[in-house]
Each structure stands twice: as structure tokens, then as C-alpha cells.
Design a protein around this ligand. Structure first.
Ligand code: GAR
Length: 210
């Protein structure tokens, strides 16, 4: 059984897709043991509670320095000891120490086809604003392992989504979530839980027979 902790910052629709996937059997061999939010009072915590999963708030506002906050996050993860950490709309930079400690055991969902529209300052709705400003006709989402770089780790899965005339950032965000994020993130967890993929020479490959 793959024990996972999901880290969130806001609404938690990706968290919900994971909860639903585990419940309806599309995500197998997986147990959600905790949800960590860097923000208090967000809908993600209600979603965790409704699923009977402990919701834990670790907010930078409660710590004197960024290092103290980072340490609290790492301590909590050490305590929960998950096999996989899932960043599902977690809009906080992951400290290097955490990446090292959980090497190839942290995955992230990003709402574009990496390497487009990613990196520092490119998250959430901003990603879709940039995609529309550039006039791309295809965008999408990416699930990747987290390394020391920003959105630079090995790519697990991507799915393209068409941009349509008249799209607003909000409309495009919703389409990317529905058609890509909520599909490929649960799928990636299922692949990891069932040992179907591995990282070789910095790239994700499917194991033989999968
Ligand atoms: C999602 O679109 C996710 O891909 C994005 O934040 C949103 C969170 O929505 N993450 C990033 O931009 C990370 N760089 P949710 O809270 O409803 O899942």
C-alpha cells in the first residue's frame, strides 16, 4: 500500500480528484494518510475532513523565519513518513533539504505543458493568463517528479488541452483541470503505487510489461 500525503494551498480540486479516485477504485493500492496546507481555512481542509483524512496546517505566518517554517514542514513529513508526497496546488517553494530527503518521492501537478509557462512566478491562474497572452492553441498539464529546480524534474505524464476562441483565464483553467489535471494526477499516483514507472538517467520510463 502506497502511503501518500497531499500538500495543498487552496481549493483542492486536485485533492478531490485523488480522494475520488481512491474511493472509486481508479487509484489502487493507495492510502491517503494526511493533507498538509500552508493556509488556514481553505476548502482543501474541508475536503480532507469530509474524507476522514487528517488536515494539518503549517503556515509560514506561525514561524519567525522561513527556515523555521521549512523545518516544521520537514518534521511533519518525517513524522507522517509517507511513501509519496503529492503537491496538488501547493504554491510554496519546496526547500532543497526536503527534495533530498524525499528524492524521487515528491510529485507535482502543473497547469501547462512544461517547459512552456512554468518556473518562478508561474502558477495557478497566471499560467493561463500567460498562455492566452502568447496566443497558444494548445496547452495542458504536466505531472512531474520534483527536483531542486523549479518545475524541472523528470516528467511523468502530460496531456494537451485545446485553447478556444473567447477563452478567459478562468474558463481555460477549468478546462485544463477537467480534461487534464484531474485525469493525469490520479493516474500518475496509480502508476507509482503499482510500481509501473521508474526514473532512469533523469527520465521517467515505464517498466517492462507495463
Ligand atoms: C491547479 O491548477 C494546479 O495545477 C496549480 O494550482 C491549481 C490548484 O488548484 N498548481 C500550480 O500552478 C503549481 N505550479 P486546486 O487547489 O483546485 O487543485
Amino acid at each position: 500500500m502506497l502511503k501518500i500525503v497531499v500538500m495543498v494551498s487552496g481549493g483542492g480540486t486536485n485533492l478531490q480528484a485523488i480522494i475520488d479516485g481512491i474511493k472509486n477504485g481508479t487509484v489502487t493500492n493507495t492510502e491517503l494518510i494526511g493533507v498538509i496546507s500552508n493556509n488556514k481555512g481553505v476548502k482543501s481542509l474541508d475536503r480532507a475532513a469530509a474524507a476522514g483524512v487528517p488536515g494539518i496546517v503549517i503556515s509560514p505566518a506561525d514561524y519567525p523565519t522561513r527556515d523555521d517554517f521549512n523545518k516544521a514542514m520537514l518534521d511533519k513529513l518525517e513524522e507522517l513518513a509517507p511513501d509519496l508526497v503529492v503537491l496538488a496546488g501547493f504554491l510554496v517553494r519546496i526547500p532543497e533539504e526536503m527534495v533530498k530527503r524525499f528524492s524521487n518521492r515528491i510529485i507535482n501537478i502543473h497547469p501547462s505543458l512544461i517547459p512552456s509557462f512554468c518556473g518562478v512566478g508561474c502558477y495557478g491562474l497566471k499560467v493561463h493568463e500567460k498562455a492566452l497572452a502568447r496566443g497558444v492553441k494548445l496547452t495542458g498539464a504536466t505531472v512531474h517528479f520534483v527536483n531542486e529546480g523549479m518545475d524541472e524534474g523528470p516528467i511523468i505524464a502530460q496531456r494537451g488541452v485545446a485553447v478556444e476562441d473567447g477563452d478567459t483565464p478562468e474558463i481555460l483553467q477549468r478546462r485544463v483541470m477537467e480534461q487534464a489535471e484531474w485525469v493525469i494526477l490520479p493516474q500518475a499516483i496509480d502508476d507509482i503505487a503499482n510500481d509501473r514507472i521508474e526514473v532512469k538517467d533523469g527520465h521517467v520510463v515505464r517498466k517492462k510489461g507495463n
